[in-house]
Design a protein around this ligand. Structure first.
Ligand code: SAM
Length: 162
């Protein structure tokens, strides 16, 4: 596959999985967490499909499109290995939806990162909460859900907390 093919698969999968996850948690209270703002495309889509739910964004350096930049009070700046434990102290296990797109172009590095960050993400989910990730996560006791139509296997993963 070309890099363009891979990029398109990732974008299509993110949209399909985020819309599916938004429907799954529609009856739940609790905020959503966006891990990795980047350009802000997925954050912008989350605002559309999760409105009026609070969306907290975790990012170490903001470089997003102006239309896709969260307000200061919804932005949690810093390295997620530090800010996620702080978020757990601040909010508790309340997140209805967590989306993570923290990786770069190196698949092996992304896998190591996902393995290391998984135990920091897992306790943030409320019971029944849903996690959407561009990389396979390494959770204990979470169910991996089937992908929705249009999502490409291997480009997006969905998990649900018990
Ligand atoms: N989903 C975004 C979009 O649609 O535009 C793209 C996210 S981009 C692939 C990954 C982002 O994760 C980058 O902005 C990077 O700064 C952030 N990131 C990576 N590792 C991080 C870490 N350890 N702590 C905080 N942010 C991190």
């Amino acid at each position: 596959m070309s890099r363009l093919d891979l990029f398109i698969d990732r974008m299509v999968s993110q949209r399909a999985c985020l819309e599916h996850a938004a429907a799954l948690v529609a009856d739940m209270n609790g905020p959503a967490f966006e891990l990795g703002l980047g350009n802000g495309r997925t954050y912008h889509h989350m605002r559309k499909v999760l409105d009026p739910r609070d969306i907290y964004v975790f990012e170490r350096a903001v470089a997003s499109h102006p239309d896709s930049t969260p307000p200061d009070d919804m932005l949690i700046l810093g390295d997620v290995f530090e800010t996620l434990p702080q978020a757990l102290d601040r909010f508790g296990p309340v997140a209805a939806l967590v989306h993570a797109d923290l990786g770069g172009h190196d698949r092996a590095k992304n896998d190591t990162f996902a393995r290391n960050i998984s135990p920091y993400v897992q306790p943030l989910l409320a019971p029944g909460g849903v996690m959407v990730s561009s990389d396979r996560m390494y959770f204990e006791g979470f169910e991996e859900l089937p992908l929705p139509e249009h999502a490409v296997p291997g480009r997006c993963f969905i998990y649900r907390a018990p």
